[in-house]
Design a protein around this ligand. Structure first.
Ligand code: ZN
Length: 82
């Protein structure tokens, strides 16, 4: 596998985090397993992981977005990917 950013071909197992924005709410999903470029640190998720991250985001945000809108300011939620 080759890094799209710096063309380095060395990856190591690691974790990353992804911010997902919906309305006023920002969900930060942490501890996502990823292949991380050893040169520039760019994370690469496999397809299954990316799909599970989206599912977790939808599940977590479903109950939180309306609350965030009522408050009228930005709300940051954090969900560890397990
Ligand atoms: Zn790289």
């Amino acid at each position: 596998m080759k890094c799209l950013i710096c063309k380095n071909t060395h990856m190591k197992e690691g974790t990353t985090l992804l911010p997902i924005e919906r309305g006023n709410a920002i969900l930060l999903i942490t501890d996502i397993p990823a292949q991380v470029c050893t040169n520039c640190g760019e994370p690469y998720l496999d397809e299954d992981t990316a799909r599970d991250v989206q599912a977790l985001a939808n599940e977590t945000l479903a109950g939180e977005v309306s609350y965030a809108e009522v408050r009228g300011d930005r709300t940051v939620l954090v969900a560890p990917f397990a």
